[in-house]
Write a protein that binds this ligand. Structure first.
Ligand SMILES: [Zn+2]
Length: 339
């Protein structure tokens, strides 16, 4: 009997140790493939943020340029560039930095410690000079660019309204001389969030990453940017930021109230309606049609039917009222900005 028990015990120990060995191997293997998958998802995240930034940058540029008469106190000199350095990312995502480039312009491993031009806005001075997205910056106004000095150097160039920038090209290094253009100084950034929405905090404009999947036409994005621009100009009277303050890879950047005074800006249904109506005008002024904006709100009512009607618990008017007001204003503005 005792012998049997010992035999069972020996067998059991052998069996467990064997299974343990197998499971250790398994854990190691899983761990390795999990690490590889983490890296893949990191690359995908960084590439997606960069591509969202490029889209927002292209849509925002003409709006910020066409409305300088409305942002008298927040104008800046800009070149149409969004730039990032790998240090802008959290440590675990830094190996994915090169995924932010849409092009393979250089031997990527060699120049990964230089700042990278993530986005060039359509029809901006940088775009007209044919600067390529994904280029690494070698020098700014003859000073070699580093992770520490590049932002300051670009602020100085904006002050001088001129920028001499040297980038690493595919075959040779290229030098560009740019003259700045005046735009409204409210950088537009993508924001990590699973809900379609947009925010303004007085200095920046945030469009959630879910919005980019939700919209069916770029003029809807133009409307959202213009609506938030109206909040920044009219309601926050926000302070402008330099072009280089725009983060093209803002994994954990969120809207913040910049000034104590902004805490007392009371959001109301009236202000939201005002931002809607000014918003369509800002977008039209930039040459972007707004006839499909109504569809954005109609689609929003499929996801959130409770938003159709007014509620005392929300600061936004109901989607039905917003569309009716926007369509009425569009009829009036149609002749003014026929394009
Ligand atoms: Zn609003």
């Amino acid at each position: 009997m005792i012998f049997n028990k010992i035999l069972i015990l020996i067998f059991f120990c052998f069996f467990t140790s064997c299974s343990s060995v197998i499971s250790y191997n398994k854990i190691d293997m899983t761990h390795k493939s999990e690490k590889e998958e983490m890296r893949k998802q990191g690359n995908f995240l960084v590439a997606s943020m960069a591509s969202a930034s490029r889209k927002l940058h292209d849509i925002a540029w003409p709006i910020m340029k066409a409305n300088i008469d409305a942002c008298i106190n927040s104008r800046i000199n800009a070149f149409g560039l969004m730039i990032a350095h790998s240090n802008d990312l959290q440590v675990s995502l830094r190996p994915s930095f090169l995924s932010a480039s849409p092009n393979i312009l250089v031997n990527k491993n060699t120049y990964s410690d230089l700042p990278m031009i993530i986005s060039v806005a359509n029809d901006s001075p940088a775009n007209n000079a044919d600067i390529k997205e994904g280029s690494f910056i070698l020098s700014i106004d003859n000073t070699p660019a580093t992770s520490i000095n590049y932002k300051n150097l670009l602020v100085q160039s904006a002050k001088k309204e001129r920028l001499k920038i040297e980038v690493k090209g595919l075959k040779e290094d290229l030098i560009y001389n740019l003259n700045s253009e005046v735009i409204c100084g409210y950088p537009v950034q993508v924001m990590v969030s699973p809900i379609p929405n947009a925010y303004a905090d007085g200095s920046k404009i945030y469009i959630t990453v879910a919005t980019l999947d939700f919209i069916k036409d770029d003029q809807e994005i133009a409307f959202l940017i213009s609506h938030e621009l109206a909040h920044n100009i009219v309601h926050y009277k926000g302070e402008s930021l330099e072009e280089i303050e725009a983060k093209p890879l803002p994994i954990d950047d969120k809207p913040s109230l910049q000034r104590v005074g902004d805490l007392f800006v009371f959001q109301s249904s009236t202000k939201e309606s005002e931002a809607d109506l000014l918003g369509i005008e800002y977008a039209l002024k930039a040459g972007v049609s707004q006839d499909k904006v109504a569809n954005y709100f109609r689609r929003l009512s499929i996801y959130m039917p409770q938003l159709m009607d007014e509620s005392i618990f929300r600061m936004h008017p109901g989607n039905a009222k917003r569309v009716t007001d926007i369509e009425n204003r569009l009829k009036i503005l149609k002749n003014k900005y026929s394009n």
